[in-house]
Ligand binder design. Structure first.
Ligand code: SAM
Length: 180
């Protein structure tokens, strides 16, 4: 999957909304030759991910979504992984206490329908992905249709993957070989 595009050098992988950096660290462990960049807006998350990612050769950036990334990565990203906040604002109060009381709101609140970040990431992501690049975005079973429609409308070819064991759902979008 990573051997796509024509850019020289190691494949660029970006993990946006990286939190502690667990996803990026797992990617480097599995694919040690990638150039891994991770970014988050929360200073505590950035500090934590620096410990987990820079120690294994990755790069960590602070800021609002793509604004955090070095401009030189534009059009070069082969794989973009994202677990952005996707809880609808009004549903935050109904979450289990371990999330509601101990997770910062900035890591949960996805706006009125929970999909505000998915809209921004689909629209802005096409300018950062290489031709043929992949966007993998975590969502919920209830929101999978909405996330899929957002990616399709932005020009991605879309499929979904679900793990019963992990109770995890990911929408996978591939940007066509022709830039859209
Ligand atoms: C649901 S958590 C996911 C954390 C991590 N990726 C994981 O899977 O464990 C969402 C993360 O998005 C970050 N975040 C929220 N708004 C952001 C923004 N505008 N730009 C970048 N990161 C943001 C939060 O700080 C939080 O770390």
């Amino acid at each position: 999957m990573l051997l796509i595009g024509n850019h020289p050098g190691p494949p660029v992988v970006v993990d946006l909304c990286c939190g502690s950096g667990a996803v990026g660290a797992a990617i480097i462990r599995e694919f040690p030759d990638v150039e891994l960049h991770a970014a988050d807006i929360d200073p505590a998350a950035v500090q934590c991910s620096r410990r987990n990612i820079e120690s294994v050769g990755g790069h960590v950036h602070a800021g609002d979504l793509f604004e955090a990334l070095p401009p030189a990565l534009r059009g070069r990203v082969r794989v973009l992984t994202v677990n952005a906040p996707y809880v609808p604002t009004e549903a935050i109060g109904t979450m289990p206490p371990e999330a509601r009381l101990y997770e910062p709101v900035v890591s949960l609140d996805g706006g009125p329908d929970g999909l505000d970040f998915h809209r921004r990431i689909a629209a802005e992501g096409i300018r950062w992905l290489a031709s043929g690049g992949y966007l993998l975005i975590e969502t919920s079973q209830r929101q999978v249709a909405g996330t899929s429609e957002i990616l399709a409308a932005a020009g991605f070819a879309v499929r979904t993957a679900h793990s019963e064991e992990l109770d995890g759902t990911v929408v996978v979008g591939r940007l066509g070989a022709e830039r859209v």
